[in-house]
Design a protein. Structure first.
Length: 419
């Protein structure tokens, strides 16, 4: 009897102890961590993130930072991992999310984020009004934009251009002529790495803008321009022409492997956001010497923008550490450390210009004066559900190059979402 009683007492002790240690949702007291989720794994983007971690570490040396990155670029894999974690009640402390529809439609409207107006106390006037609008919903701010990226840029190998007597094209026709000349000389004209299909959507948005112009490009997202209109079809046809000039192994490569083709001179150009600038610099290449850039032909005067931001999920396990992280992201110190490496410009207006190179200065100037239009490939223009449909259509379109079929499918997808 005594034995049975002893066993029972031991069981109760074990059970209560177990609940205390593992069953409770409270993090153990000793754990002082900060888990940051992103898809920044390539050169440039990973370096920029580390630079912000360094600042955080200096301010909060006792916090252990967990760098939770998921490879794939443009979040294609990362977003699925994040969704599973969020649905399972296991959010990271803060995560990378594109400002605009990706932030609001996916997470804010769904009630998964905390408003973070307190992070902006006293510094709101350091942000352009348009940027604050993109990160706000019903009068509250929901994320810290760490940068502004430009999508409509072509990066090229300077030596390859010089060797072939080529200067940067300004119109789509000139672009095709340049590609033709390079192809005739045995050089792959355009490097594409769309093993994440977003990279093709990325190239397409540049061509849509080139053919439609900024007003009609916006119309694709607000429903005033139909995807099966003559204009849109013209853009889809122009895209299929460019596809003739891309590397045959594009479906096997990532965006940074395609950029490496340009770095090596295996290919001449790549249509990529300016994180490619960060990538080239991280490989020791010199902008303006080894590689050059031009705005995607036909899109001069327009700036396809996107912004990476960080937010505060409800139930962040280390909320205070996360709020401090957001303060680093919002500070000029954080942004000036991050952006020169990342290849982007700060979302704040008070950058220390001496830290920024020629390309970034030109991007800052264009951002002030150009027509600003949102990127669809990077979550600014359209809800994530729509972007997923666009990606699915692109997967087929880059292979069969059937303009009428793609136009009809895009038009059908737009019906449910364009507003
Ligand atoms: C974009 C993101 C950029 C860059 C790129 C490739 O979606 O906004 O910051 O990281 O993906 O990974």
């Amino acid at each position: 009897m005594k034995k049975i009683l002893l066993v029972c007492v031991a069981l109760v002790v074990l059970l209560v102890g177990g609940l205390w240690a593992g069953g409770s949702k409270e993090p153990a007291k000793a754990e002082n961590k900060l888990e940051i989720f992103s898809w920044w794994t390539a050169g440039g983007e990973a370096d920029g993130l580390q630079a912000m971690f360094k600042i955080y570490k200096q301010k909060y040396p006792n916090v252990e930072i967990i760098n939770a990155t998921v490879a794939g670029g443009a979040g294609q894999n990362a977003k699925a991992v994040l969704a599973t974690r969020m649905q399972g009640g296991n959010p990271p402390d803060s995560f990378q999310v594109h400002a605009g529809r990706e932030l609001t439609d996916t997470w804010v409207v769904a009630g998964k984020m905390e408003p973070i107006d307190m992070v902006f106390e006293g510094i709101k006037d350091k942000y352009p009004k348009g940027v604050l609008e993109i990160i706000s919903y019903q009068g509250h701010i929901y994320s810290v934009p760490v940068n502004i990226h430009r999508s409509n840029v072509v990066w090229y190998n300077k030596k390859v251009f010089e060797k072939n007597g080529i200067t940067p094209p300004k119109t789509l026709d000139e672009f095709v002529a340049v590609a033709e000349k390079l192809a005739s000389r045995g050089v792959t004209p355009i490097a594409l790495g769309d093993n994440g299909i977003w990279a093709s959507v990325h190239a397409l948005e540049s061509i849509l803008l080139a053919v439609l112009g900024p007003e009609k490009y916006r119309g694709l997202w607000n429903g005033s321009v139909k995807w099966d209109s003559a204009d849109a079809k013209k853009a889809l046809s122009a895209f299929t022409v460019l596809l003739k000039y891309v590397n045959t192994d594009h479906a096997a490569l990532s965006w940074d492997q395609a950029a490496q083709y340009v770095a090596d001179g295996t290919a001449a150009m790549t249509i990529m956001g300016d994180w490619a600038h960060g990538y080239f610099k991280s490989k020791g290449l010199k902008g303006g010497v080894d590689y050059g850039w031009f705005v995607t032909p036909g899109t001069n005067g327009s700036f396809i923008m996107l912004s990476d931001s960080f937010g505060l999920p409800k139930g962040a396990p280390h909320r205070e550490n996360a709020v401090n992280w957001l303060k680093v992201c919002a500070s000029i110190e954080g942004q000036d450390a991050f952006n020169p490496l990342k290849g982007s410009i700060p979302s704040r207006i008070d950058a220390n210009l001496s830290l920024y190179d020629e390309y970034l200065k030109s991007s800052m100037a264009d951002f002030k004066t150009n027509e600003i239009v949102p990127s669809v490939a990077h979550g600014a223009a359209a809800a994530e559900g729509w972007v997923t449909k666009i990606q699915d259509i692109m997967t087929i379109f880059v292979t069969d190059k059937n303009v009428d079929k793609a136009a009809a499918a895009f038009a059908e997808a737009a019906k449910a979402y364009a507003k």
